[in-house]
Ligand binder design. Structure first.
Ligand SMILES: Cc1cc2nc3c(=O)[nH]c(=O)nc-3n(C[C@H](O)[C@H](O)[C@H](O)COP(=O)(O)O)c2cc1C
Length: 298
């Protein structure tokens, strides 16, 4: 259980806030005739916004502004679909008006928004990218520009995550001794570890999750994020290789120590990043046939 900690901490509060206001923004996108919904999540979001302010967290943070815009959109929405119960209206509107008073609309974060995702012309580029990305195990002796990695991370950040909590944290190491010391704890970089110019450690912040029922979410969220990252890196000519984190607890603790990774961050995997060596070759790594894994049910 993580969300029972009395201390306000950024990760817990921001995740709770996203978790609640996301119910509002998603409720506003449901098909069919608009219905009244979301009283409890709205009240919970309001209470969390007030806790955020009391804790002194920044009012310019996208999470806070996203919540405020969620409440603003929700107020507009329920104004248009008046609640059946007078009592409900009496409870919810004053609370919404109170928390939103003085809020300057952050139009870039207004929610909901039109869906503009129909892009059939993107298929050739995606096809190329998926074929181009391979696990590379021979890197050129060339420093990776962190600005390129930041751009790739900005795309990876668009990956879906449970309730949009975006629990990932990425540690980046470029110093040779540091990379070697981290790689010493990992068993799948033999023969090429010394050529890796940039090592990322993909983690997930445990405080973004509320209890054991969410035990799979860190892996799922980090996996989706990492896949987007691999493609975004590849699109910039940067190759990569995922490096498993199958280690005993002692090794995991040691990696946290060596990498200055806080205890609350769960290491999901390492990721080697760099430009491929000019003569680099890769295994064919043939894929199974589609029919071996697609099971269409009548
Ligand atoms: C979670 C995960 C862990 C991996 N660990 C290693 C590793 O420790 N060492 C390595 O050389 N490759 C590792 N790989 C790379 C896989 O071997 C590779 O993705 C697979 O063979 C398919 O090849 P491709 O990535 O070139 O398409 C890992 C991949 C994943 C997704």
């Amino acid at each position: 259980m993580r969300w029972d900690q009395p201390e306000p901490n950024y990760w817990q509060l921001s995740s709770e806030l996203i978790f609640q206001y996301h119910k509002l923004e998603k409720g506003m996108c449901m098909p069919g005739k608009p219905r009244f919904f979301g009283e409890q999540p709205a009240l919970d979001t309001i209470a969390l916004v007030e806790r955020w302010r009391a804790a002194g967290f920044p009012l310019t943070d996208p999470v806070y502004l996203g919540a405020m815009e969620g409440l603003r959109g929700y107020r507009e929405r329920i104004r248009r679909t008046p609640p059946k119960l007078e009592e409900t209206a009496a409870r919810i509107f004053p609370a919404l008006d109170r928390v939103l008073s003085g809020h300057e609309p952050a139009t870039a974060l207004a929610t909901p928004m039109p869906f503009t995702g129909q892009k059939p012309d993107a298929l050739p580029a995606l096809t190329d990218l998926c074929h181009a990305r391979r696990s590379v195990r021979a890197y050129a002796d060339r420093r990776v520009n962190l600005a390129d990695v930041r751009e790739a991370l900005a795309l990876a950040q668009l990956s879906p995550s449970a309730c949009n909590r975006q629990p990932w944290i990425v540690h980046a190491y470029q110093q040779r001794e540091k990379i070697d010391s981290m790689l010493e704890l990992q068993n799948g970089n033999g023969g090429f570890g010394k050529t890796i110019p940039l090592l990322l450690v993909i983690c997930v912040e445990a405080r973004a999750f509320f209890d054991g029922s969410e035990r799979n979410e860190p892996y799922v969220d980090a996996g989706l994020f990492t896949m987007s990252l691999l493609l975004a890196l590849q699109a910039r000519g940067l190759s990569s290789c995922c490096l498993n984190w199958c280690v005993e607890p002692d090794t995991d603790r040691e990696a946290h120590r060596r990498g200055q990774i806080p205890e609350s961050e769960k290491i999901i995997m390492y990721l080697a990043v760099g430009y491929p060596e000019a003569e680099a070759v890769v295994p064919r790594s043939a894929r199974r046939g589609i029919d071996s894994f697609l099971k269409v049910h009548a």
